[in-house]
Design a protein. Structure first.
Length: 486
């Protein structure tokens, strides 16, 4: 689609006059969402927005932002994107701003690039592969990363949404819509391209699974950022391509999470991580929701049961990756095995597991070790890189970490191998532990009762907290820096 040149300084994404929104129209094929079937198009075409025009997409400061209102904004922002852009790097941290930027990029036929980390180095590495990508961020953001400004939009005000239009433009479903990046074994970001067709297929599976718990038209509160594949699937695609609505919040403190949940209408879906959910549980505050989704780290079964008792809501753990999107779920409080989504197949191999899914153009090899069961479900037993061998003995870092976390007084912990070599081919383990009431000698005494001597961590270092990022993950470089610090 053609785009008007920016009306502000070069590179800025400008807010247009919404009272003139009718001028932001495009001669494209359309799909009637009430009828549910595309007209006059190939099966490869997909709409960039799902559901009917009157449905709610965003809950923002007490306002309900309808699909029609949201679409009108996205049309205008798409036309304001800088000419010559080959992709959009969406750095917006406000939920509605990210969603609007993502939708505008889709509408403009541009892929959104997700950074492997929110750092200047990661941004520079992605720019090397996409030299004409434009980074956008919202006004007043605290991020030091350079970006054009997506001006604050008076959502729901100063413009009239189109009336009587129950259809959305159809776009080429085979075009790249999203590019996720993983760090890669070489240190360079590895790109994983998702077409619009793939996003629709992935979202359909997530929506079908969650509809069994909260229905298709649920109201989502996500505590995870949007710039991660888990955040994209649960806080961007469900409200954009499905029929859910997203709260324009990313609360951190338990009191804020509880307050936003209380303001949302039923049914409510809380999207979070095991670390954050543990903190919410320990706060003792009421969490009024009808279902919980967790990912980014393994969920402890006892924690899952405690959360279900506290909230009265089912906790669904999802399994997936940047490469595959979500492909399986489990009710962790009551089952250890994972149930694949319809159409998903897993083939264990020596190097991990090869996964095929409706959203994938070809099977993908992940470094997870799985055990398939006769009923089609599977268990995760570790990762290829987690398998270690010391003094001729083998163990899994995941299993050892689980044993460490079972020690009374341990609130958080991680095990990793030294980079330094302490002898011919021997790499020692190190532990970084949050245990305010236990000394290092007490912890080592506990571990001697649980670990083979070959796997006792040297050193074991107590810290106030682990350097987890916004998704609850632990960058290896940060852990090594902690170990080197005196």
């Amino acid at each position: 689609m053609g785009r008007d040149p920016p009306s502000a300084e070069a590179g800025d994404v400008t807010a247009l006059a919404y009272r003139n929104v009718q001028r932001c129209q495009h001669p494209v094929q359309r799909v009637n969402m009430q009828a549910g079937t595309p007209t006059g198009t190939s099966v490869a075409a997909r709409p960039w927005l799902g559901g009917e025009a009157a449905r709610t997409v965003i809950w923002r400061d007490g306002q309900l932002i309808s699909a029609a209102e949201f679409a009108a904004q996205a049309e205008c922002v798409a036309r304001a994107l800088p000419a010559g852009a080959e992709a959009i790097i969406n750095l917006c941290q406000q939920r509605s701003a990210f969603l609007l930027g993502f939708a505008a990029a889709l509408r403009a036929g541009l892929p959104t690039l997700l950074l492997p980390a929110r750092t200047a180095a990661a941004l520079q590495a992605v720019r090397q592969r996409w030299p004409h990508a434009v980074a956008i961020g919202e006004p007043g953001g605290t991020d030091a990363l350079p970006s054009a400004v997506l001006n604050e939009l008076a959502i729901g005000e100063a413009f009239a949404a189109p009336e009587g239009d129950e259809s959305w433009p159809l776009l080429d479903g085979s075009r790249p819509a999203l590019v996720g990046h993983t760090s890669g074994s070489t240190g360079q970001p590895q790109a994983h391209v998702k077409t619009l067709r793939a996003l629709w297929a992935s979202n359909a599976a997530n929506q079908a699974r969650l509809a069994g718990e909260v229905g298709a038209r649920c109201n989502i509160l996500a505590t995870v950022p949007s710039q991660h594949m888990y955040g994209v699937e649960m806080s961007v695609l469900l409200p954009l391509l499905g029929e859910a609505a997203i709260a324009d919040h990313q609360p951190l403190l338990p009191a804020d999470v509880a307050a936003v949940l209380q303001r949302l209408p039923q049914p409510r879906l809380l999207v979070s991580t095991p670390l954050h959910l543990r903190a919410l549980l320990e706060s003792g505050l009421a969490l009024t929701c009808e279902a919980i989704v967790s990912a980014t780290a393994p969920m402890d079964a006892e924690l899952a049961r405690a959360l279900e008792r506290h909230t009265g809501a089912p906790l669904i753990e999802v399994y997936g990756s940047t490469e595959t999107c979500v492909v399986a779920t489990r009710r962790t409080a009551w089952e250890a095995s994972w149930s694949p989504y319809p159409g998903v197949t897993l083939h264990p191999e020596p190097g991990g597991v090869r996964i095929d899914a409706p959203q994938l153009d070809a099977p993908v090899l992940l470094g997870d070790l799985v055990e398939r069961q006769p009923d089609g479900r599977f268990r995760l037993v570790g990762r290829v890189e987690d398998l270690i061998e010391i003094a001729g003995k083998r163990a899994s870092l995941a299993d050892l970490t689980r044993l460490l976390l079972e020690v009374p007084g341990v609130e958080d912990a991680v095990l990793l191998q030294h980079d330094g070599i302490e002898g011919p081919g021997v790499r020692r383990l190190a532990a970084v532990v949050v245990a305010p009431t236990r000394s290092e000698s007490e912890l080592l005494s506990e571990l001697r009762q649980r670990f083979d001597p070959a796997f006792l961590p040297r050193p074991l270092k107590r810290v106030d907290r682990l350097p987890r990022n916004a998704m609850g993950k632990l960058p290896r470089e940060s852990l090594l820096a902690l170990l080197r610090a005196r």
